[in-house]
Write a protein that binds this ligand. Structure first.
Ligand code: ARG
Length: 603
């Protein structure tokens, strides 16, 4: 076998390497041309380079008459490869590529033997910061933070699964992801909270946590006093200064308040199976003066109305980095954090996940970073790069901001309870209908309901184009017939039961069985399976988890079609088809994992 099939990266990336060799051989003077490989309209894949390349070489080359003849040359110069069955040139020079069935079959068998990790895509980065979730201490963690948590976790999982681009002789390694919880733990609200604590509970050091009780109520009460009582307000403002100046008593009180919030947040993270590392706003505070000094030296910082600001081209309002009272703000913290992530942590890609309302803020911060030379450009592909991943609002069925009946804001713990309870009653209903309820223990019911309920919340969020607002509806997300986690999890359980019913030892089949792709439905399923890495790659590159949801949904549909047309058990093709079933559940489970959903094996 020749130069392909090193099996590194997605199939598209493997084809790209083959075409890179051919492009270099065809037009040696155009060595910077990147192969353009896409899913084919009329074949498995296609290469679209001929037309663009023609424009570059037509003046200088006498060898080619038109883009089509250039396409034919690219095709001829393709190194021999076991991957490719045939190629042909269509229209003005598209190269159609058909993959070889033997290669497909081996590629899937290898994955079954050596694990889905062999199908990880390659990404052109080593270290990434994902800044997500990031609720504010003492304020409620709302559905916006839930969206950020779910999207951020998925992107982190996909990046962690990917391999980092390496030099030829280096050892393979994974992309390193720093999952950062940029909690709001340093705002002016702390003056008010601390002063209120001192005021109401003189012995706060002993009773602190019990005394505060519900932190959100505590916040509201202190805010009321702040608004009504002028002398309290003044004390609160002084408290901020004393806290930020590092006075011990104030720092102790601050720590205690943060700790209470943290415990609450952690409960949610634990339920969602999300892991984060907290580096809150306070962490970056000591870096702000130095960073602003650097920006000032580069001539970026100007006086305006008593504040210190950075003007950004194309924006009518400047970015305020030091307020008129001399204090720092959200923007100064984000500048320091960006500096830290680039310089101290060596991140090449920094991804921020918040609602679209903060788009402007991040554009300004990133523009300042470009002006200061920290980043090469605002929108280019060059690294290091910073990206804001915005998402829309969560709406209720009334089309307004999502709230629950009982409170003005949605308590996330209640929301998760409700998801689980609704999914449990659906599950029980279904099992009763099928006369299967007796086969289930209470424990199994609970665990399955939780997986389906939480999975449904996550999937409903991830599958929508994140930029649009999305309407939260338990009824829709728990519908077993739609594009929902329930549908996907049930499908997975059903395929598992086909495999179980066959009574075959799958480990043995993986070693000895051969996958045959004679039927068009078998082949279509195989082709979709091997595109898994591409889906992950695209979802990461464009920061769109919905790409992976689409892929998974289509895989499930593709499987249904296959299963409808191709009988598995008791046919001469049984072994091969069982292996296709197994490959399908392996890929499905990896998709679930990457989406933060736990699989269900029995239904
Ligand atoms: N705490 C902010 C909020 O609740 C989100 C922080 C996002 N990250 C950042 N580096 N600014 O809206």
């Amino acid at each position: 076998m020749a130069q392909d099939g090193d099996g590194v990266g997605s199939v598209k990336q493997q084809l790209s390497r083959l075409f890179k060799v051919s492009l270099n051989a065809t037009c040696p003077n155009e060595s910077d041309v990147e192969p353009m490989i896409e899913i084919g309209k009329f074949a498995d894949y296609q290469c679209n380079n001929a037309m663009g390349l023609w424009k570059r070489v037509k003046e200088s080359s006498s060898e080619f008459r038109n883009p089509r003849s250039l396409g034919e040359a690219i095709m001829r110069n393709l190194p021999p490869s076991a991957m490719i069955e045939s190629t042909s040139v269509a229209g003005p020079g598209f190269i159609n590529i058909s993959l070889a069935n033997d290669w497909l079959s081996k590629y899937i068998s290898q994955m079954l033997l050596f694990g889905i990790d062999t199908w990880a895509p390659i990404l052109p980065v080593n270290r990434v910061v994902v800044d997500f979730s990031s609720p504010n201490i003492a304020k409620e963690m709302h559905v916006g933070h839930l969206r950020s948590t779910i999207i951020g976790d998925t992107l982190s999982r996909m990046l962690e699964f990917s391999n980092a681009e390496i030099l030829p002789n280096q050892e393979k390694k994974k992309v390193e992801v720093l999952r950062r919880n940029h909690v709001g733990d340093w705002g002016t609200q702390f003056g008010m909270l601390i002063e209120y604590l001192f005021n109401e509970f003189p012995n706060w050091e002993d009773v602190g946590e019990q005394a505060i009780g519900d932190l959100q109520e505590f916040y509201k009460a202190s805010k009321r006093k702040f608004d009504e009582d002028a002398s309290f307000k003044e004390k609160a403002q002084r408290a901020v200064v004393r806290l930020q100046g590092g006075e011990e008593k104030y720092r102790q009180a601050w720590k205690q308040i943060c700790e209470i919030s943290r415990k609450e947040f952690d409960q949610i993270y634990q339920r969602l199976g999300v892991h984060l590392e907290e580096k809150g706003e306070s962490f970056y505070n000591p870096y702000i003066p130095k960073v602003l000094e650097e920006l000032a030296q580069k001539g970026l910082v100007e006086e305006s109305d008593g504040a210190r600001v950075i003007f950004i081209e194309g924006k009518s309002i400047p970015l305020i980095v030091v307020k008129r009272d001399g204090g720092y703000n959200y923007a100064s913290t984000d500048l320091a954090a960006l500096w830290y992530r680039l310089n101290e942590e060596g991140a090449q890609w920094i991804i921020y996940i918040t609602d679209v309302g903060q788009k402007e803020h991040f554009e300004m911060v990133f523009s300042a970073a470009v002006r200061s030379g920290w980043l090469p450009s605002l929108h280019g592909n060059a690294f290091p790069k910073a990206c804001h991943v915005g998402f829309g609002l969560v709406l209720g069925s009334d089309g307004k901001r999502f709230r629950t009946r009982s409170s003005e804001v949605v308590r996330l713990a209640e929301l998760l309870d409700e998801a689980k309870n609704s999914s449990k009653s659906e599950l029980v209903k279904k099992l009763k209908e099928n006369g299967k309820l007796e086969e289930w223990t209470e424990d199994e019911l609970e665990q399955t309901a939780e997986k389906i309920g939480y999975g449904a919340v996550k999937y409903a969020d991830l599958k929508t184009n994140r930029l649009t607002n999305y309407t939260f509806s338990f009824e829709k997300m728990l519908d077993a017939r739609g594009d929902t986690a329930v549908y996907l999890l049930y499908a997975h359980a059903r395929i598992c039961s086909i495999i179980r019913k066959s009574g075959k030892d799958m480990e043995e089949l993986k070693q000895t069985g051969v996958i045959v792709l004679d039927d068009a439905n078998e082949r279509a399923l195989a082709i979709h399976l091997i595109r898994f890495a591409e889906a992950v790659e695209e979802a990461c590159t464009n920061l769109l988890p919905s790409v992976l949801c689409d892929y998974l949904y289509r895989l499930t549909e593709m499987f249904s079609k296959f299963y409808e047309k191709c009988t598995v058990i008791g046919t001469p093709e049984e072994t091969s088809r069982l292996l296709l079933c197994e490959a399908t559940v392996v890929v499905m489970r990896k998709c679930f994992y990457l989406l933060g959903i736990k699989p269900v094996y029995k239904i």
